[in-house]
Design a protein around this ligand. Structure first.
Ligand code: SF4
Length: 371
């Protein structure tokens, strides 16, 4: 169930099967960071088991033409959002900077905190950045006709189904995201096909938009977006790496980081009630934070409404540990060092916050009636 209570689960399984059976369509799929540590539960695997390779293999057997990773989109979000935050630290724009990659939280803000929308990052979520590039950059590099491209996103929540239909969200000349499947819907499709998931070999994501870093992966749990952003901002400003922030699972938490001659104050709130508490302090001018990460679901996306059930706190923590293990063992742990992201800027986008980036990767929010 959507944490903001406004979004219901409308299955798009049939639409996706129809696209996969349509020979005129070139069907791309992206999988959100958290899925790789939650999908295994649907197949009786230990909670938190990392199943990235089997997940990719299952998607290939289902008939997707290319299998990509939303973690690539997460790295891109960090480049754009980190650049925005840097500008705000330099006095261009209002602090605190507040993240906007959770559509459940963004919708809640539009209804309940319209006066604070100016603090939200204009960077689209990793899913929407990825989809905009699927219908622009991908055809530019491969020669595939963009009109034939159909984009599917496997996501942790139903809020993503609402997000893809926002009027202002499209950056390409088409609908950027055509269909969203939750983790449970994806698992149902694997079972419908009779795939023996646990026996699948490990396979790798496809090239071009399949490479990601540890920073992109930890987007799937609370504190991950803040940590990924500060990793890049600190290293870009000072050349020094960031020690772990360890913002943990508490509903509201904070950490301070020295970046050059400045102490940057970073906070998180997960769960809508905690977000409300923190934002009332921002509204009252009583909050000294510079960067705030908000996730509508307790524990972040590992606790999303589309994830395997039941989801106890213990299970969510094990899922988060699974994602942390990917980060710990990643060859590249900083978004700005992702070679496929560097190629994307060199050959297509130009620079973060540049004209093309702004057109494809940023969006707007609007006040909605209070609920
Ligand atoms: Fe969806 Fe993640 Fe936000 Fe929950 S925290 S609403 S799963 S994006």
């Amino acid at each position: 169930v959507c944490p903001v209570g406004a979004i219901t689960e409308l299955s798009e399984i049939e639409k996706v099967w129809a696209a996969l059976e349509d020979d005129s369509k070139h069907v791309l799929v992206q999988t959100a960071p958290s899925i790789q540590a939650t999908l295994g539960e649907e197949f009786e695997m230990e909670t938190g088991t990392v199943v990235t390779g089997k997940m990719v293999a299952a998607l290939r057997r289902m008939g997707f033409d290319k299998v990509f990773s939303t973690d690539f989109g997460a790295d891109l979000t960090i480049l754009e959002e980190g650049s925005e935050f840097l500008k705000k630290l330099n006095g261009e724009g209002e602090l605190p900077h507040i993240t906007s990659c959770c559509p459940g939280w963004v919708k809640g803000a539009e209804h309940n905190f319209p006066d604070l929308l100016k603090h939200l990052s204009s960077a689209k979520s990793p899913m929407q950045m990825f989809s905009a590039l699927s219908k622009t950059y991908y055809p530019d590099q491969t020669g595939v006709d963009p009109e034939t491209i159909y984009t599917v996103a496997v996501m942790p929540c139903t809020a993503k189904k609402f997000e893809k239909d926002r009027e202002e969200i499209n950056g390409s000349d088409f609908k950027d995201t055509d269909a969203v499947l939750t983790t449970r819907e994806f698992a149902r499709m694997i079972k419908e096909m009779g795939i023996n998931f646990t026996a699948l070999p490990d396979e790798d994501f496809d090239e071009l938009m399949g490479e990601s870093t540890g920073a992109g992966t930890i987007f799937g749990t609370t504190g991950g977006v803040a940590e990924a952003a500060v990793r890049t901002v600190k290293e870009k400003l000072t050349g020094e790496p960031l020690e772990r922030l360890n913002l943990g699972f508490r509903g509201i938490n904070r950490a301070e980081v020295r970046i050059g001659d400045r102490i940057v104050k970073v906070g998180i709130a997960n769960g809508f009630k905690n977000a409300q508490k923190l934002l009332e302090r921002v509204r009252a001018g009583e909050c000294d934070l510079d960067f705030i990460e908000i996730m509508a679901c307790p524990h972040g996306c590992v606790g999303g409404g589309g994830q395997p059930r039941p989801a106890t706190n213990e299970k969510k923590e094990k899922r988060a540990q699974g994602l942390a293990s990917i980060d710990d063992t990643s060859k590249i742990r900083k978004s700005h060092e992702n070679p496929q992201i560097m190629k994307l800027y060199d050959e297509f986008l130009g620079e973060p916050l540049g004209g093309e980036s702004h057109h494809l990767l940023h969006t707007k929010y609007k006040a909605r009636p209070k609920n």
